[in-house]
Design a protein. Structure first.
Length: 422
């Protein structure tokens, strides 16, 4: 294609995503964003962000319009709730427009960062932009108002600074403040030989925890560690019947399709994004009765495989004879790093298809000729097929969890063969 046609395709992709984002920001509740905003509002009122106040006697109770349990749907550390106060300064209808716009900007910034990585090419950014416009989980992400796209540039920047432990650790720790599951990739980071980066990340997480204790108080921090995290590890944002809120919930219509938040009525979910969006292997293994074994073992098995592949890659990187091919090794490392994040998604009880946007940075490693030329045809075909399966998620119940796991496996094999051929 000519440069002019390439530019037209890119702008059409941006326009398509932008139009969808605008519709979501205006008409949809954006359920996850509602939980963030209400958590911030709760902290302004001096309330516990982990409790649901729907139907309570509090004047204008902060309720996200969805949560049916006594606990709220907010699962992040206390410091994240304090930071969401900034979001809750604005009325929800304005906050959601700003947040959604920032998510779209995060997607475009991530494309630019990948293109500017070591060994990257200017043409990588358009590949990510176009691939994202065809990536169904991206639209789920924007419709639900998830935060991953805002964190994606931060995590990519941390990865690009992985040789500078303090910078990379601070950035990854900040992202983990909003997505604690990101800490699950640290065993792979250590296996890659980036133990200083991992140690710096944990150190800055300790600083963030201390800041949460100082700002939110030890009681809220203790409740998060002893009550919220164990419950979330088993049930995600759900719970048992005994945890249901028995108070009459306000602002819901009889059909259950719309709800009101901050004085404005919204569709709880816009079709076709109103179906199941789980991408969790633990939920597939034990949908009705979660167990610690079914919640923990998938992560341990998958992360062990990733760490094994990462250690092989690290040994090859340390071999002086492979030094002329370090850009190729960097691409393999990006594959493994991204696969580790996706593994944290699909092995989590709170894994959702919206979080598949984490794999967008590897689009150039899947679809460009230069990248595919470094792999055998079967490996390239399996990686591409797994990518397409994730891009179409969720086609059926359990599809997303299986497709995500398949992409993790395909990325591990591709990364291993990539450096093997170097």
């Amino acid at each position: 294609m000519s440069p002019r046609r390439d530019a037209i395709v890119v702008w059409l992709a941006i326009a398509a995503v932008g139009a969808a984002a605008t519709a979501f920001a205006i008409a949809s509740l954006q359920q996850d964003l509602a939980a963030y905003w209400v958590a911030g509002k709760s902290r302004w009122l001096g309330l516990d962000p982990y409790l649901s106040y729907g139907g309570s006697d509090i004047a204008a109770p902060p309720w996200d319009g969805v949560a049916p349990f006594q606990h709220s749907r907010f699962l992040y550390p206390p410091l994240a709730a304090e930071l969401f106060r900034l979001l809750a300064i604005a009325p929800y209808r304005y906050a959601k427009v700003a947040f959604t716009g920032a998510a779209v900007a995060g997607w475009l910034l991530a494309a630019r960062l990948v293109a500017r990585r070591r060994g990257g090419r200017p043409g990588d950014a358009p590949v990510i932009v176009v691939a994202a416009a065809l990536f169904v989980p991206l639209y789920f992400h924007l419709e639900r108002g998830q935060i991953d796209l805002l964190l994606l540039p931060l995590v990519l920047w941390a990865w690009s600074r992985r040789a500078r432990a303090a910078e990379g650790g601070a950035a990854l720790a900040l992202a983990a403040t909003f997505k604690p599951a990101l800490l699950g990739l640290l065993p792979v980071v250590v296996a890659l030989g980036r133990w200083r980066w991992a140690a710096a990340t944990l150190a800055f997480c300790g600083v963030a925890m201390a800041a949460g204790v100082v700002i939110s108080g030890p009681a809220l921090t203790r409740a998060y560690a002893t009550v919220v995290l164990p419950r979330a590890a088993l049930y995600g944002e759900g719970g048992t019947e005994a945890m249901l809120n028995e108070r009459p919930l306000p602002n819901r219509d009889e059909s259950g399709e719309t709800t009101e938040l901050d004085g404005v009525s919204y569709k709880i979910a816009l079709p076709p994004f109103d179906g199941a969006a789980s991408a969790s292997l633990p939920r597939r293994l034990a949908p009705a009765s979660p167990r610690w074994a079914t919640n923990v073992l998938p992560y341990l098995f998958v992360i062990a495989g990733l760490a094994w592949a990462a250690r092989r890659l690290a040994r090859r990187r340390e071999d002086v004879s492979t030094s002329p091919t370090l850009p190729t090794s960097d691409d393999a490392e990006l594959l493994l790093f991204t696969a580790a994040i996706l593994a944290c998604v699909v092995t989590s009880p709170t894994g959702w298809v919206m979080s598949f946007v984490w794999v967008l940075p590897i689009a150039p490693l899947v679809w460009t000729r230069a990248a595919r030329a470094r792999m055998s045809r079967p490996v390239a075909a399996s990686l591409g097929a797994a990518w397409v399966a994730c891009a179409l998620s969720p086609l059926a119940g359990g599809w997303a969890a299986v497709a995500g796991t398949a992409l993790v496996v395909a990325a591990v094999v591709a990364a291993d063969r990539w450096t093997e051929r170097a």
